[in-house]
Design a protein around this ligand. Structure first.
Ligand SMILES: Nc1ncnc2c1ncn2[C@@H]1O[C@H](COP(=O)(O)OP(=O)(O)O)[C@@H](O)[C@H]1O
Ligand SMILES: [Mg+2]
Length: 233
């Protein structure tokens, strides 16, 4: 479980402070998929980076399973079970996907075990297991493999920042069982299918919490809110 208490983040913009996150308080429970959504620039990536410790909030506190992690490094957080998948996957030449799965899971997996991770994200494992994780893979393949590597780390809280960027990842049928029990998932996404699959949805607007609640309720409110924005524009 992740608890954010009054998280603020601002950066220097010449003489002034530019406020990027403005007093965010929210709880991300275990056994729950929370989707974070909102317009470009609303602060979604900044919020996930703060949870992972990539950047430090200007004020406010972060708790992970009731332990104050506000001042902990990324490494310390990772050792406690926080896992983060970047918006842009990083590719590696000269290393096979099987080797990357072994590194991510910290064990020498059998081929069939390694294939299981790939099958979960809808990849025909045997065609990929000995390939390198490089730019010869399509954007969608890179995203799926990165998703598999993130899952192989077996974190207790797993954060994905727009894992579907450029592809409709969540529409894929074989992606059904990626969310396991007792884990806290935080997924930044714009895709309706993911929002529908999430238990809770947090909507950010200009660095503030605009809406938060059960996904079905928020999706309903979100569509009228978006219609209103369009008609006002
Ligand atoms: N280090 C920084 N310096 C200046 N502006 C920043 C910095 N980091 C983020 N921002 C700005 O903060 C806003 C939120 O960014 P971000 O969290 O990446 O948005 P999102 O992921 O919702 O699209 C954007 O306007 C972005 O340009
Ligand atoms: Mg972003």
């Amino acid at each position: 479980m992740i608890e954010l208490k009054n998280i603020c983040y601002s950066v220097k913009d010449g003489e002034k402070d530019k406020v990027i996150l403005d007093n965010i308080s929210c709880t991300f429970s275990n056994d729950c998929v929370t989707a974070i959504t909102g317009q470009n620039g609303s602060g979604k990536s900044t919020l996930t980076k703060i949870i992972m410790g990539i950047i430090t909030p200007t004020s406010g506190k972060i708790f992970f399973n009731n332990i104050d992690i506000t001042n902990m490094s990324i490494d310390e957080r990772a050792r406690m079970g926080l896992t983060y998948a970047f918006q842009q996957p990083i590719t590696f030449r000269g290393i096979t996907i099987k080797e990357l799965i072994d590194i991510a899971s910290n064990e020498d997996n059998s081929i069939s075990k390694a294939c299981e991770y790939l099958s979960k994200v809808g990849i025909c494992a045997k065609d990929y297991i000995n390939r390198e994780f490089d730019k010869t893979l399509s954007g969608g393949e890179q995203k799926r493999i990165e998703l598999a590597l993130t899952l192989a780390k077996k974190g207790k809280c797993i954060i994905f920042d727009e894992p579907e960027a450029g592809i409709d990842l969540w529409s894929f049928e074989r992606l059904n069982n990626i969310f396991e029990k007792n884990i806290c998932y935080i997924v930044v996404s714009h895709q309706t299918r993911l929002l529908e699959r999430a238990n809770k949805v947090l909507v950010l607007e200009k660095g503030k919490v605009k809406m938060y609640g059960d996904s079905s309720k928020i999706i309903k409110n979100l569509s009228s809110y978006q219609c209103k924005r369009i008609t006002e524009a």
